[in-house]
Design a protein around this ligand. Sequence first.
Ligand code: AMP
Length: 542
Amino acid sequence: MNGLMMDVDLSINAIVEHAERCNPNTEIVSVTSDNPRHRYTYKEAFARARQLADGMSAWGLARGDRVATLAWNDYRHFETYYGAACSGYVCHTINPRLFPEQLVYIINHADDQYIFIDPDFVPLAEGLADQVPGVKGWVILAPETSMPATSLPNALCYESLVASGSADFQFPEIEENEACALCYTSGTTGNPKGVMYSHRSTILHAYATLMPDALGISRRDVVLPIVPLFHVNAWGNPYACPIAGAKLVFPGNKMGDGETLANLINEEGVTLSAGVPTVWLGLLAHLKSSGQRVDSLRRIVVGGAACPLSIMEDFDTYGVDTCVGWGMTEMSPLGTLNNSSAERGKYSDEEFAKVRLKGGRAIFGVAMKIVDDEGRELPWDGEAFGSLKVRGPWICSSYYKLDGSDAHAEEGWFETGDVATIDPDGYMAITDRTKDVIKSGGEWISSIEVENAATDHPKVAEAAVIGHFHPKWSERPLLIVVKGTGGEDLTAQELLSSLEGKIAKWWIPEAVEFVDELPHTATGKVQKTKLRELFKGFEFPS
Ligand code: AMP
């Protein structure tokens, strides 16, 4: 017998209708290229998204056509998310930090029809334009008065496009499995792969991120997404905040500028912020040098890469709780969240320092398992390492125009490419990427744990560990380090001695090499493939 409940499609158009009626006066504040502090309300934002959609309807696009963005976090980008997706088009957010060849590849692969670009990216777009012949027009996110001179074919002014439409425009009905957004992974090898989100997956993910032990966003929050709108939908914040009625603060192109971030936090009363580890280093450096505080900020969510303990401990001194989140582009992105600080009293200082570094517990809706090389499930004992697999309604079931990838080899499960342990409390800890595991004498070494221990040293700015050929053990860890300010005199011996007692003795790297910088991907992850290439000829001292 079926239930007798309404079969209402889950579409993000409902977010617009909800926010217009229930949260009309909540503010969105943005830094843009033409205004250091633009502010308006959800009601105004969605009226403009309707005008934009009306303006775009003259282009003759079909349902499901891709409309792309190359833009920073600000209100015009937010309007484009909704104007495109609520019209039945797919909003393809492009990471401007990708290499130009990758940009050309994904624009052509996605068959983007129009691209909305921030004025900052006009030179970048001009360099690509003749290699992406399918693009029919470039919409520059600026008013007529700030339109840059450009050689882009069919360059359109965003504000004129908005002004051409009516705020009474009615979006079409959307079926929940229709696509609403597209984001390519910035994999370290091969071509980027497209993840196509549906209206349904986006709504379910937004609901899940709102839960108290997930991002816990409420109407009383002021949320500063430092994570870009082009990095997995800014972890769902642009959908979750209008549902909750939380105020949104967008930092524009100033996401790496500690001073602007601190001012935005203090002047707008930001309570919650989200970003990758590197952005927090910029904010902390500014706070330390200026003596400024961030008293309104209660919580930051750090994800995208392992978060060093030093960042958490620095934020502790400002009364800010640091929560690690783990996820992937393929997972919309949130999979787990670490809320161990809510149970701080359960742990000794030493235990807490360990548990807070973990990825955390699965959010309801995400099922996880770890398996060995034969696909056998491993116990959740906090010891066994295995390939992490996930399933759930906001996890991709195949890549866009790329059927049959290895990631979906087992029916119903997605192979994350991460290696992890899960403890009896359900806390998952990433130990490595599958491709980066180090096997010394047949035993696994967790490069992430070694890196965490190394970055705890006050003279270390950044550290990466790779497995390198060793005649006796087949592989041993090689630690590659960027020294921090005041760390010029740091020696390999001093660093290695500091690791004793923090990690297993045989995990202590065989050697340390100092470099000026580490290679990073477009989303700020260390490119270990590049490091392995760079150190191919290295020999461990005998
Ligand atoms: P992306 O799709 O670019 O967001 O990258 C996803 C990958 O980033 C994951 O598969 C992990 O390898 C890594 N990652 C994300 N969050 C964390 C975290 N909290 N700790 C360690 N690695 C992470």
